[in-house]
Ligand binder design. Sequence first.
Ligand SMILES: *[C@@H]1O[C@H](CO)[C@@H](O)[C@H](O)[C@H]1NC(C)=O
Ligand SMILES: *[C@@H]1O[C@H](CO)[C@@H](O)[C@H](O)[C@H]1NC(C)=O
Ligand SMILES: *[C@@H]1O[C@H](CO)[C@@H](O)[C@H](O)[C@H]1NC(C)=O
Ligand SMILES: *[C@@H]1O[C@H](CO)[C@@H](O)[C@H](O)[C@H]1NC(C)=O
Length: 428
Amino acid sequence: MALIELVYISPVCLAISSNFLYIMDIFAFIFFLGIVSSKIASSNANGNAGTFNVLEYGAIGDGYKDDTQAFLKAWNAACSTTNGTPKLVVPKKKTFLLIPAMFSGPCKAKKIDFMISGKIVAPSSPSVWKGRDASQWLGFSGVSGLNVYGSGTIDGQGKGWWDQSCRYHPDLQGCTKLAPTTLKFLSANDISLSNIDFTNSPQTHVLVMGCNRMSVQNVMIQSPGDSPNTDGIHIHASHNISVIQSKIESGDDCISIGDYISNLYISNIECGPGHGISIGSLGLGGNFVQVENIHVKNVSLKGTTNGARIKTYQVGKGYVRNVTFEDIKFDSVDNPIIIDQNYCGVRGTCKELPTGVHISDVTYKGLYGTSTTEVAINLNCSRSVSCTGISLESIKLTSAKAGKQATANCANARGKETGVLPGLCLRN
Ligand SMILES: *[C@@H]1O[C@H](CO)[C@@H](O)[C@H](O)[C@H]1NC(C)=O
Ligand SMILES: *[C@@H]1O[C@H](CO)[C@@H](O)[C@H](O)[C@H]1NC(C)=O
Ligand SMILES: *[C@@H]1O[C@H](CO)[C@@H](O)[C@H](O)[C@H]1NC(C)=O
Ligand SMILES: *[C@@H]1O[C@H](CO)[C@@H](O)[C@H](O)[C@H]1NC(C)=O
């Protein structure tokens, strides 16, 4: 609409003969432009022109009828809009059932909003995935400038998958190792995810892969502590990512950090139950690991199996460097501080190798709380590629069990330490 009005005004400008009138008209024209642009802005702000409500594309929202096609139609309409910031709306007070779906880009507009106020649920039976990719339920692929937000919930209805997982039911015929990730963000830049609640994912809740400049903020993730492989957030091959102000309860790592990562900032996180904040496992295939500049700050871990963990396979090469764990509180954590550079799928079955991922410049600062196992600090590095530049500073870890001592174990770990309870263990 704005374009048509502009086309009308230009002949008026051209028709002006007197210089004075011409200048006056330029003023009028600029004034008019101002009105038009503020009109565009307000139509987006109050959500009319650029709004794509899934109900208007045939979604029912009763929680039973499959609304996938309606979502994809609304997405295609929003994604092919060129003006302003198109916004797909999933309205509140409704429950939308979606089968596996990928929302693909690139979109025409520089930015696109996906506002989830209502609830989105997965099919409860894994049989729906027959003939489909079992690794995914919902995802965004190649959508740069994406903003996913709202007060809504995404429920993966994972129980059907957990009940047949090989991890917990190895003797079950047809047990499954791979189950869907609830929401994937793939191959895109400048993304944000905020305020959404995730629950009961069949496997990982949120996966970020191949993304640059993404912020995750104020999300809540909740799955039972005994649900198999339900990582909270898994990040892989991505750069300049922040995860802040979030609460994660899960059956696996709260946040797991994969390979090819740089500049990752994690802060103000509550984790537990779960397996803690984990870098790795890395180097499984013997590849050249590249993980650097990771800062984890102000995290509280409660009843988790690990706290601040780095684990690498001996067969791997490359590096994990410049990592800081700062201001972390442990409440009954099994392995509060742990580096396992001899990680092995099944303990004791890996032979000692001359290779390894070099772990260096790792700082632990201001970490305190309780350990349920005796070894509260366990820096178990390899003989051939030792850990270097480790710094332990202002650490106070005690046993969660009354009358028991906590200890520190370091093997092939070098660096400096000050103010460490349970005691010194690094080599210089
Ligand atoms: C990440 O951030 C750093 C520092 O701001 C910048 O130099 C680099 O280009 C960024 N990389 C990407 C892929 O955004
Ligand atoms: C630490 O994180 C918690 C949320 O987990 C937040 O409430 C608190 O304000 C944060 N503290 C600082 C000093 O930022
Ligand atoms: C280490 O990582 C931090 C971010 O966590 C970054 O600011 C700093 O520049 C990095 N240091 C080096 C030497 O790369
Ligand atoms: C260190 O790693 C080796 C090799 O995996 C293992 O045998 C040993 O038990 C570990 N030590 C501790 C204290 O965890």
